[in-house]
Design a protein around this ligand. Sequence first.
Ligand code: PMP
Length: 390
Amino acid sequence: MKPANSVLSSYGTTIFEVMSGLAREHGAVNLGQGAPEGLEPADVLEVAARAAQEGPHQYPSMWGTPDLRHAIADHDNDCYGLGVDAETEVMVTSGATEALADCLFGLIEPGDEVVMIEPLYDSYLPIVQRAGGVPRLVRVEPPQYDLPREALAAAFSDKTKLLILNSPMNPCAKVFDREELGFIAGLLEQYDAYAVCDEVYEHLVYDGRQHVPLMSLPGMRERCARIGSFGKILSITSWKVGFIVAAPALMAPIAKTHQFINFTTPTCLQTAVAYGLRKGKPYFDQLVGDLQRRRDHLAAGLTGAGFLPMTVGGTYFQTVDFSRLGWDGTDADFCLHLTKDVGVAAVPVSAFYRQAEDGAPPPQHYIRFCFAKSDAALDEAVRRLTTHFG
Ligand code: PMP
């Protein structure tokens, strides 16, 4: 048989699928995958159930239902003052993953350079490469995850088509501040490049921090495609409803990709997430309060078990340094050990870095736990870890 596409064939199964499979097999508490528990808003589920019964049941517009597009534009205008037009600047997608693929396939020409900041969410690199883009990777690294400005500037060139920016950032929970964003904006202007802004954790920021969309900075309105996910906003990851906000000229090629890849997203889910998004600030505040409490609860338990928790500014991920526990293998082997022998699944942070053939190895003694879990799951995980290591 003739070989399939070599870029995609060269990738294994994603780490999330692997660790969740192992967690099931070994009866481990799964703090690996970023799937929230007990946070699904009951009223949003009811609206979806009703809409699934009542319809309409046929293809909606490829741009999304007018109701949802208006809810997204109102949200972006209220939260960030972006002045978004619902008719021309909003497109609904089947999750942020589809939105990312739409942006990357729509904008990259073979040979274009794409600047990305490691750690990387796992779909970025394969899609950039499949689109013919040439990755230019820069790292932020634990424990501080500071932006390496010189390296970032050096990664830009006249061939740079775009930068992918994930803020708040998975897995390191970094929230880019206005100053860092200003530096990035300067590079985008200097090199006449775009930014694909993965902002799926926009509402999960803690301790009074503010999420600032790159798009809201001077000169960035036309250069940025802003991506969101209702999986994260409403804690319903299986629904796979996301969106893109971009100025019409930038949206045009992105919409072309969407029309050939996916075209539409189920109407009943769009109806329900539009309702959910309109719950607004009181809902977001409650979600943040609840998650912040879970974050602190898990961090205290992990500290007691001997781990060193890193600062969590946003997302629902707690990365920890496990070097005090005396393990001298890799983080991936440590996660296998945790899942099989301790009964707690986590994800190795090195999986979010490319295994550079020539360059420095990725960080090796950090793992990621998801704290958006039920109190019972968090307590049981901490009990198992403390019994084993404490
Ligand atoms: N980007 C990041 C950084 C994510 O963490 C995730 C989900 N884990 C996604 C995109 C994908 O979101 P969705 O489920 O809406 O496709």
